[in-house]
Design a protein around this ligand. Structure first.
Ligand SMILES: Cc1cc2nc3c(=O)[nH]c(=O)nc-3n(C[C@H](O)[C@H](O)[C@H](O)COP(=O)(O)OP(=O)(O)OC[C@H]3O[C@@H](n4cnc5c(N)ncnc54)[C@H](O)[C@@H]3O)c2cc1C
Ligand SMILES: N=C(N)NCCCC(=O)C(=O)O
Length: 359
């Protein structure tokens, strides 16, 4: 531990906590430790599809900027490292509608390659849609392992431990980053965070374009081609905590993706497995500073990313760094000595100059 660097503890080892940790460590200004109850592959992040596309997260203007910054970060720092290392590929995505969509998504002005689909691109049965040429998809387990490796290579360390009382990490660090996802519900009592249950099916075929039938934001139909397989989805069941795959959901997902194109009919698919994750949904992503213990401690909140954690992860990590810098400057230095008051008595006897402050 380098004593000239500020110590930071991040609660959470999902894509949000790990991205924040990498950005903080890259500055060279901080010693960063992650404390997390569950580590990859046992996080929600590992259960994600995942592709770059804002979904089930607010506020849409900030989600737009964070998504664009994340796409830039992937293009500059991750895609060039190669798919074998990071499990990430650039993939075009089509968002398909069976009814006309007059409104463009509020986040679209932030994404240069976003446009409405052309007639000649449309799939049978659909009449409208949007596309992003340079989105990315990732094999989430491989990408999460790369994130852990990158965090550790930069000097970060990871302790598997549950935080029951938010004051505990402040014994060891003046700055704590709360990347606890759905866990914020218990950890800090934020009842505005709730689970939106997502189930996916992993199949062996890979395709060249991500296809998402977005007609119904609860009964989802999507096919996301990844490096070694494709993911079919999905569900969006609010306040559902069931982590077991449901046969009924599997059947309904298969029916929905078969409607996207006959090439995804059951007879053409080889199912490799199913995954369930609980999206950390909230009316708005919480990314803000909270001063604790009379302004001597800083808690930076970065949780509630719903269906867009990967899509906004690096944009939120960069804003986390800005919040740490802004908050650290305002921290009151503790007038409470770390040394217990009674140990000053000895000093008092040896030198009359010592003045000692009652705590
Ligand atoms: C089926 C599905 C598909 C998805 N597809 C996509 C997609 O295509 N694109 C996209 O951008 N997003 C997608 N998402 C959403 C994305 O997975 C989430 O937004 C993201 O994983 C949230 O990351 P996180 O790090 O906040 O949470 P998590 O991955 O849940 O990590 C939270 C961490 O905090 C720890 N923790 C919590 N409480 C405590 C505590 N008290 N003490 C210690 N540690 C604690 C946990 O153990 C864990 O390590 C999908 C989600 C699902 C379920
Ligand atoms: N725009 C979308 N439909 N995204 C769906 C892709 C998977 C996902 O984000 C989720 O299931 O949370």
């Amino acid at each position: 531990m380098n004593i000239h660097k500020k110590d930071i503890i991040i609660i959470g080892c999902g894509c949000i906590g790990l991205s924040a940790g990498v950005i903080l460590l890259k500055t060279g200004d901080y010693n960063v430790k992650i404390w997390a109850k569950d580590l990859p592959p046992n996080t929600t992040s590992n259960k994600a599809a995942a592709l770059w596309y804002p979904f089930l997260s607010e506020p849409l203007d900030k989600v737009g900027r964070w998504s664009q910054e994340t796409m830039d970060y992937f293009k500059k720092e991750i895609i060039p490292l190669g798919v074998e290392k990071t499990g990430t590929l650039t993939k075009k995505v089509y968002e398909l509608y069976r009814t006309p969509r007059a409104q463009l998504p509020e986040w679209s002005p932030f994404v240069p390659s976003f446009r409405r689909m052309k007639k000649e691109e449309m799939l049978d049965g659909y009449i409208d849609g949007f596309t992003v040429e340079d989105g990315f998809v990732m094999d989430t387990d491989q990408y999460m392992d790369w994130l852990v490796e990158s965090f550790k290579a930069l000097g970060g360390s990871i302790d598997q431990r549950e935080v029951v009382d938010i004051r505990e990490p402040f014994i060891y660090a003046d700055i704590v980053i709360n990347c606890s996802g759905l866990g914020a519900r218990e950890l800090i009592g934020d009842r505005l965070v709730y689970p939106s249950r997502g189930q996916i099916i992993v199949v062996d075929n890979t395709r060249d374009i991500s296809l998402m039938d977005e007609e119904d934001e609860y009964q989802l139909g999507y096919v996301i081609p990844r490096v070694h397989n494709s993911v079919l989805g999905g569900t969006n069941q609010q306040h559902n905590y069931n982590l077991e795959p449901s046969k009924k959901d599997t059947e309904e997902i298969l029916d929905r993706v078969a409607k996207i194109s006959p090439q995804f009919e059951r007879k053409n698919l080889k199912i490799l497995g199913e995954k369930v994750g609980l999206r950390p949904s909230r009316y708005s992503i919480r990314l803000e500073n909270e001063f604790m213990q009379d302004g001597r401690k800083l808690l930076v909140h970065n949780y509630g990313h719903g269906g867009s954690g990967f899509t906004v992860s690096w944009g939120c990590a960069l804003d986390t760094l800005k919040l740490v810098r802004k908050g650290a400057d305002k921290l009151k230095t503790s007038n409470k000595s770390d040394v217990p008051w009674y140990s000053l008595l000895n000093k008092r006897r040896s030198s009359s100059s010592c003045s000692f402050v009652n705590d």
